[in-house]
Design a protein. Sequence first.
Lengths: 220, 202
Amino acid sequence: MKYNFTPEKVLALSIILFSAFLNNSCYPGGADNVQDLDVVATANNPNYNFANASTYVLPPRIVKITGEDPKPEDTLSGPSVQTILNQIKTNMTSYGYTEVKPGGAAPDLIVQSYIARTTVIGAYYPFWWDYWGWYPWGSWGYPWGGGWYPVGLPVVYSYTIGDLIITISDPKAEDIPNKHIGSVWLGSIKGVDNGTTSNTSRAVAGIDQAFVQSPYLKTN
Amino acid sequence: MKALKKTIYLSVFFCILSFASFGQHSYSTVTYNMALPTSSLTDFVDEYSFRGIGLEYGRFVKEKLSAGISLGWNVFYQAAPSATYDLENTLTVTGKTYRYINAYPLILKAHYYLGEPHKTPLLPYIGAGIGTTFARQRLDFGVYSYENNAWQFGVYPEIGTFYSINSNANITANIRYNIGFEAGGLPSVSFIGFNLGLAFSK
């Protein structure tokens, strides 16, 4: 049997085969494990001078953002909570800040952490204000009196499920009637929480990275 | 993608029609295409590409001159280690990135042969082409993907050769500089292609 590979036959066959692949571009490689997908994002208010701050308060809860009216049980539980909070404290201390507890002098900054249990993208998050109605220290202003308020979650980035979000806010920058949030820094460690030990270590590494890439936080 | 396919089909169709009145000799090639990124493409991916394919069809319009059409597909990929990027005025992100370029050069081209076509087994040529490169750029960052597509005008100088195996089968090899011009929000997608394959002629 003699094959007759004329140029036109070869061309026609090749085009048919080629067209079959054209709809699907080729994307080889990619992430081998979940750590390869870790992303740490930080943003800051460039007009805020962190050198003027020296004390902070760190509420002992990590709030779950559920996308619904918050409830008191919407806080993260388990051993990872204390590990995450301790790592935040370690980094704040290394940058020259001193933690204060309720009952003492009012802090210069509030450091709050959240875990996203839903996706929030580029829009005002309607429930942040409500998270403080059940705050364990009592009503707004407690214990430092009127004019001091805990603050909520700004939307300057998009959050997806499993993100650990840390905010630093200036309570004096609050505009309560207009619901203006005084956040001056935000760190987002993407997708690190689903409750496993390995994710806790990723969260810890992410917290460290968030501070490393934010040298303007240093006061010492 | 429908527009791309339509363009390819129409180009091939009209190319064949326009050459029908010329000489009897024609060729087609199927090549394995490799590529070395150059110019601003190296800012995105700078690793050598071993993924690619090329098709070409041409007819001799003079004894030492052929005209043809070429369609290629080159895939560039690079996994960049974790790095920190200042994306906006106050936004900083850190993470690994996975970068992809799928490039589809569509070229109208001509070869000038330095030997005697159909008389000597080795037939080197110099070539030139104009056309367009459809480029699909994708950046994977964490669980996010950012994609940007563009058609870029291109010029395609080339040197190559055919080597006759028998009466209608040849080995072909060429080096083509695919020069894309910045368009559609993508920097110039330019690369040197090293293409090796089979050619069928009559």
